[in-house]
Design a protein around this ligand. Structure first.
Ligand code: UD1
Ligand code: CA
Length: 457
C-alpha cells in the first residue's frame, strides 16, 4: 500500500453565504460541512489529513476535535494551488495526496476508493462529472483522438469552444507526492483571475508524459458544492432523502420520505412507522413496532418495542420502555426513564424521573426529579413542586398510589405505597401507606352572598 495523505481545502471566504460564520462550519444534517469531509477521509485510513484554513480559520480549528489532523494556514486566498502549497511541508515524500474540498461534503467513500484504485505511483487521477450546465466550473480538455485528458481550463480562461465542454472538474484529485512536490512550486498566476490554480498541474503532468486518469461519482450530489444558503438547503434535502431511502430499504414505513429530518443517527427495528415532519437528533434507537406520529422531535432517545409516540411530542435524552403511550403533546426531558406500559399524555412534562411499569400521567402534569412506582395514577394537573427557589428536591411515589387531580406534591416528599391523595390537595408531609390523605379547607356555601354588579359612572 502506498502512503496516503489527504489535503482538505477549507480556506475560502465563502462570501456568498452572507454569514458571520465560516462556510465550512455551516451544518448539513446537523454536522458541519467540513466534518462530513473529515469523516469520509478518515474512513480511507490515510497516514495524514491536513486541513488548509484561512478565513475564520481559528473558529474552524477550535470547533473540531482532532488528534489526527494537521492544520495549515493560508493567510491570503490566492487560489487552490496556493492553498495546497501551504500544506506541502506536511506531505510525505512518496505516496499519494488526495485533494478534497471542505465545501463538497457528500463525496462517498466508494467513489474515493475507486479514484485511489485508478491512481498509481506514476499516474494522476481526477474526479470529473458530466453536467448539463457546466458554467462556473473548470472544463476537462481531452485529446480529440486519444480522448486522454490534456488540461483543465477554468471558465474564465476558456475559449468559446472549451466553454461548450460538459465534462467538468469536481476539484477532487489524486496526485503522486513526488510529482506534487515538483509541480507545486511551478504553478504561476498568469491567468484572468491572477490566482494560483491547482488545476494547472494537470497540463504539467501531460507535458511530462504522466497519464491522468478520471473517474466519475455514482451520484451527482456527491460533487455538489455549497456556495450559498440556497445550495446548502438543496443539498440538505438531497442528504435527507438519501437517508430516508436507506431507512425504507431497511423496512421502515415513512409516510413521506421528503418530510423527515435526521441530524445524527437513527436506528430502527422492524415494522417501525414514522409519520411526517419528525426530527431525529443525536442517536435515536427505535425498537420493533414503534410508531411515531406526525411532528415529533426525538433527541438521544431509546424507544422500546411497540411503543406509540403520538403527534407533537418532544423527547430528549430519555429511555422509553416497551408498549408505552406517549403524547400527543408530551414533553419528556433529559434523565427520564420510563418502564413498560407507562402512559404520558397531553401537556405532561416529565424531567429526570423514573416511572415504573403501568403507571400513568395522562393530562396536564409536571413530574420532575421523581421516582414513581408501579401502577401509579397521577391525576390531571398534578405538579411535583421540586424547586424551592434554590435547590431541587426529590418526590417519591410508591407502588399503587392514586394522586387526585390538581394536587401539588411539595418535595422532598414520599407518598407511600397504596395511598390515595384527595383532589386539590397541597401535600407537604410524607403520607402513610394505604390511607386517604388530603389537605383542603372544608367546603362551605354562603346564601347571603351576591355577585358584584357593574357600577355606573
Ligand atoms: C475550483 C476549480 C475548478 C472546479 C471547481 C469545482 C481551480 C483553479 N478550479 O474552482 O476547476 O471546477 O473548483 O467546484 O482549482 N480554496 C482555498 N484557498 C483558496 C481558494 C480556494 O482553500 O485560495 C478552497 C475553497 O475554500 C473551496 C475550494 O478551495 O473549498 C474551491 O475553491 P473555489 O474558489 O470554490 O474554486 P473555484 O474557483 O470554484
Ligand atoms: Ca466553487
Amino acid at each position: 500500500m502506498l502512503k496516503l495523505n489527504v489535503v482538505i481545502l477549507a480556506a475560502g471566504a465563502g462570501k456568498r453565504m452572507q454569514s458571520l460564520i465560516p462556510k465550512v462550519m455551516h451544518k448539513l444534517g446537523g454536522i458541519p460541512l467540513l466534518m462530513h469531509v473529515i469523516n469520509t477521509a478518515r474512513q480511507l485510513k490515510p497516514d495524514r489529513i491536513c486541513i488548509v484554513i484561512g478565513h475564520g480559520g481559528e473558529l474552524v480549528r477550535q470547533s473540531i476535535v482532532d488528534t489526527d489532523l494537521v492544520w495549515a494556514i493560508q493567510e491570503h486566498q490566492l487560489g487552490t494551488g496556493h492553498a495546497v502549497m501551504q500544506a506541502q511541508s506536511y506531505l510525505d515524500k512518496e505516496g499519494l495526496t488526495l485533494i478534497l474540498y471542505g465545501d463538497v461534503p457528500l463525496v462517498s467513500l466508494d467513489t474515493l476508493q475507486r479514484l485511489i484504485a485508478a491512481t498509481q505511483e506514476k499516474r494522476c487521477a481526477l474526479l470529473s462529472a458530466f453536467v448539463e450546465d457546466p458554467s462556473g466550473y473548470g472544463r476537462i480538455v481531452r485529446d480529440p483522438e486519444t480522448k486522454a485528458i490534456t488540461a483543465i481550463v477554468e471558465q474564465k480562461d476558456a475559449t468559446l469552444d472549451q466553454q461548450n465542454i460538459c465534462e467538468i472538474n469536481t476539484g477532487i484529485m489524486l496526485i503522486p507526492n513526488v510529482f506534487l512536490h515538483q509541480w507545486l512550486p511551478k504553478i504561476e498566476n498568469n491567468n484572468v483571475q491572477c490566482e494560483y490554480y491547482l488545476t494547472d498541474i494537470i497540463a504539467m503532468a501531460v507535458k511530462e508524459g504522466i497519464l491522468v486518469d478520471s473517474k466519475q461519482p455514482d451520484y451527482y450530489w456527491e460533487v455538489m458544492g455549497v456556495n450559498n444558503k440556497r445550495q446548502l438547503a438543496e443539498l440538505e434535502r438531497v442528504f435527507q432523502l438519501e437517508r430516508a431511502n436507506k431507512l425504507m430499504e431497511r423496512g421502515v414505513y415513512l409516510t413521506d420520505p421528503a418530510r423527515i429530518d435526521i441530524r445524527g443517527e437513527l436506528i430502527c427495528g422492524l415494522e417501525v412507522e414514522i409519520d411526517i415532519n419528525c426530527v431525529f437528533e443525536g442517536i435515536v434507537n427505535l425498537h420493533n413496532n414503534v410508531q411515531i406520529g406526525p411532528n415529533c422531535i426525538l433527541r438521544n432517545v431509546i424507544v422500546g418495542e411497540g411503543t406509540i409516540i403520538a403527534p407533537y411530542s418532544l423527547i430528549e435524552d430519555a429511555k422509553i420502555g416497551a408498549k408505552c403511550r406517549i403524547g400527543p403533546y408530551a414533553r419528556i426531558r433529559p434523565g427520564t426513564i420510563l418502564f413498560e406500559e407507562v402512559h404520558i399524555g397531553n401537556f405532561v412534562e416529565v424531567k429526570n424521573s423514573r416511572i415504573a411499569p403501568r403507571s400513568k400521567a395522562n393530562h396536564l402534569s409536571y413530574v420532575g426529579d421523581s421516582i414513581i412506582g408501579e401502577n401509579v395514577n397521577i391525576g390531571a394537573g398534578t405538579i411535583t413542586c421540586n424547586y424551592d427557589g434554590a435547590n431541587k428536591h426529590q418526590t417519591i411515589i410508591e407502588d399503587d398510589v392514586f394522586v387526585g387531580s390538581d394536587t401539588q406534591l411539595v418535595a422532598p416528599i414520599k407518598i407511600s405505597k397504596g395511598s390515595t391523595i384527595g383532589a386539590g390537595s397541597t401535600i407537604t408531609k410524607d403520607t402513610p401507606e394505604g390511607a386517604l390523605t388530603l389537605s383542603r379547607t372544608r367546603q362551605v356555601s354562603y346564601f347571603e352572598w351576591k355577585r358584584p354588579t357593574k357600577t355606573k359612572s
